[in-house]
Design a protein around this ligand. Structure first.
Ligand code: GCB
Length: 719
């Protein structure tokens, strides 16, 4: 018999070992508030958790403690004695208590999220919450039991190999234990073996993605009564450089989102209900894949993905900056991830790293680290592919791209830098140059604060409308390129990045399709739902929060998964359109109007109102907004250069080129390091060459006067 006790109550918490005074329940993080309020000043240090263990709790022949997640380094003490140290904040680990127990037992756990030169992550765009933020359990087992210590193993490993033609699966079940024999049961058949048994399932029911994620169970029992079991799924994943992803022999384009686990007010200390609520939103969206970024997620979340047929990209937090002392930690985190998650049918690929060349050179040490990770994945799991999420400025001929089985890029053209269409060009160039390589789109997104609105949305304005336009472009870009093996919106939810302060919020990355507290679906959410969710007919009016409009005629945009949309203004039908996903109507604005959209049986309504002055509360960046207004009104002579030309075009002309080069050199000398990185990066230079001068200037924060001045100078030069 195995007894599991979840240690939720009875904990005391504090910064000093002796003064652990505050009563807390687990899961717990100490950064739920200061990790989400901006300033990059959340507490990063050591904290202590203390709890007495009762005689009842410590019963049993062998007793183990399981920590589901201790962020980021941790030491366990029992009655003052150090039992173990663990580094890495996202994998589970266990320690044996047997032999160290006394009559009264005091458990003390120190957890540390301070800077480290070898534990990942250290540099990344999210809050590194500290705490015991997942379940802590006592596991008591008989003397004869399944292995519990090695890398947090479940003690049972299931490898199904499917023959699609014969409709069979050969299922190998391996077990680790200290007994002599084990009974292993799969699909009603039991075999008594030393450790490993093989089963053949005839007429196998496949784990078939969102359509039919069927799960089998493998159970193993020792004569002592100790028992483990795991669910598994029978499926075949494959990737083709031209046709993209295949599930069970049929084309199955992976289209979905990334998820960070944290929530407003809770940080990473989540309940099962929180995880289940996230999954319900993912199903509502109609996504069939998730990138579980940037670290190992909770076991119950991989379970939810198994149950819901969501194909998963799982990864370790080897991110942004390679640390020369961090190699072992990357290998440890990867070994734990694979050991603990191997049985989940949802997982298709192991991600080696994320944007690792963003703040590190591609040198031999970094390449070697990736080769070792790649080999580790293949050795531990020959059934799955490896991948990486590369930063946009990584040259496509970089040797690092040759290491993983398949690749992906994170591209933010149309948000941080560059224009929307550069994404299309990037993939076209890549695919033409490397037609035999599998490529995907691992991140893309734009921040939006649902308080901000504009009739003329543009990059950097943080409006809900720009985010929606951005994603309309990307959706089309993706639909036109079926070779992309997977695409993942960054991000499904807004999340905490305490170092951020932008778009009207402190400490939040607002690229989510849904707000941090999960309460509000931004318009872009409904765009993807219209494209992906075929099961639930709906119609959605965009711009519901954009009530006060200072326009003669306003655009009413509707997202729907239905083929026809009818629009009513104050009860009168003003138009019907057939089409796909996005429907646009021009509506004259006179006063206050009730807008109603209908599609099939579905309807949506909203109120909008004509106002004489723009509603200031809708504008985040007032200076940038005014630049757009004056510039559009100006007359520009197209036979001469202007700030509407791209940097590349201007640079080809000796006189105009010299002027902008001098201006940019001056700007660079004022900005120091960042500018140096730009200067020395050919990919970035090429990309900037494609941007208009106006967009570069606005991005660089140039003021209205210097923009006007440059335009006047350029207008004096004939093309
Ligand atoms: C990235 C990173 C991700 C960031 C994202 C952003 O490329 O991989 O961790 O949050 O960009 O929003 O800037």
């Amino acid at each position: 018999m195995r007894n599991i006790t979840v240690l939720t109550d009875g904990w005391f918490f504090g910064r000093a070992r002796e003064h652990t005074g505050e009563a807390v329940t687990l899961p717990h993080t100490w950064n739920a508030v200061d990790g989400q309020d901006g300033g990059n000043d959340y507490y990063r240090g050591t904290c202590w958790y203390r709890r007495a263990l009762s005689a009842e709790e410590t019963k049993g022949e062998r007793l183990f403690l399981e920590l589901g997640g201790a962020a980021h380094s941790c030491e366990v003490f029992l009655n003052g004695e150090t039992l173990c140290r663990h580094e890495g904040g996202y994998a589970a680990f266990r320690v044996e208590l047997t032999g160290h127990l006394q009559e009264n037992n005091l458990l003390e756990i120190s957890v540390d999220n301070s800077d480290s030169d070898h534990v990942y992550p250290q540099k990344a765009d999210f809050t590194f919450y500290g705490g015991l933020y997942r379940d802590v359990k006592l596991i008591s087992v008989p003397a004869e039991h399944f292995e519990l210590l090695k890398d947090g193993t479940p003690g049972i490993k299931v490898t199904p190999v499917v023959d699609l033609e014969k409709k069979t699966a050969t299922v190998t079940v391996e077990t680790w234990h200290n007994g002599k024999s084990v009974d292993i049961t799969v699909n009603g058949e039991t075999k008594t073996v030393e450790r490993t048994a093989e089963f053949v399932i005839e007429n196998v029911r496949l784990w078939d993605g969102v359509d039919d994620p069927y799960l089998y169970t493998a159970a193993a029992k020792l004569p002592s009564g100790d028992e483990v079991s795991t669910r598994f799924g029978c499926r075949v994943f494959a990737c083709d450089p031209e046709k993209g992803f295949f599930l069970n022999g049929r084309s199955y384009p992976l289209r979905g989102v990334s998820r960070h686990q944290d929530r407003k007010g809770k940080g990473n200390a989540l309940s099962y209900e929180d995880h289940a609520a996230d999954m319900a939103i993912i199903r509502e969206l109609g996504a069939n894949t998730l990138r579980l970024a940037h670290y190992q997620h909770a076991p119950e979340f991989y379970d939810l993905c198994d149950e819901n047929g969501i194909v998963v990209w799982a990864e370790i937090p080897y991110i942004t900056m390679h640390m020369k002392n961090g190699r072992q930690n990357t290998l440890d985190q990867m070994r734990e991830l694979i050991t603990q998650c191997y049985n989940h049918p949802c997982i298709a690929v192991w991600g080696l790293s994320n944007e690792i060349t963003a703040a590190s050179a591609v040198n031999e040490d970094l390449l070697e680290n990736h080769r070792l990770l790649n080999e580790l994945c293949h050795k531990m799991d020959p059934t799955r592919l490896t991948t990486m999420a590369n930063v946009f400025m990584l040259e496509i001929d970089s040797p690092i791209l040759e290491i993983p089985d398949i690749n992906s890029y994170n591209l933010y053209f149309g948000w941080y830098l560059g224009e929307l269409g550069q994404t299309d060009e990037f993939f076209d160039e890549y695919h033409a140059k490397y037609p035999d390589r599998v490529i995907g789109f691992s991140e893309y997104g734009a921040d939006a604060n649902p308080a901000f609105h504009s009739a003329r949305p543009e990059k950097g304005d943080y409006t809900e409308e720009y985010q929606a336009l951005y994603h309309e472009h990307m959706l089309q870009m993706i639909e036109a390129r079926p070779y992309l093996w997977a695409t993942h919106v960054w991000n499904l939810f807004d999340f905490a990045a305490d170092g951020r302060d932008e778009g009207g919020k402190h400490g939040e990355n607002q690229k989510g399709l849904v707000t941090f507290d999960r309460s509000l679906r931004k318009d872009a959410f409904w765009l993807y739902k219209a494209a992906w969710n075929k099961a639930e007919p709906f119609v959605h009016l965009c711009g519901k929060r954009y009530v006060n409009r200072c326009e003669d005629t306003t655009e009413i945009k509707v997202y729907s998964n239905q083929p026809e949309v009818r629009l009513y203004v104050d009860g009168t039908l003003i138009g019907a359109q057939t089409g796909k996903t996005v429907f646009r109507f021009a509506v004259p604005l006179l006063g206050e109007h009730l807008i109603r959209a209908e599609a099939g049986q579905s309807a949506d309504t909203m109120c909008i109102r004509r106002v004489s002055e723009p509603d200031e509360s809708y504008i985040f960046n007032k200076a940038a907004a005014s630049v757009t207004n004056w510039f559009d009104a100006d007359e520009v002579d197209p036979s001469c250069f202007s700030i509407n030309d791209t940097l590349g075009e201007i640079r080809q002309h000796p006189q105009a080129g010299a002027i902008v080069n001098a201006m940019m050199a001056k700007g660079a000398s004022e900005r120091g390091d960042v500018a140096d990185a730009v200067k020395d990066n050919p990919a970035l230079q090429r990309m900037m060459g494609r941007m208009t001068m106006l967009s570069l200037l606005k991005q660089g924060g140039a003021d209205e006067e210097s923009i006007k001045q440059l335009n006047r100078v350029l207008q004096g030069i004939k093309k």
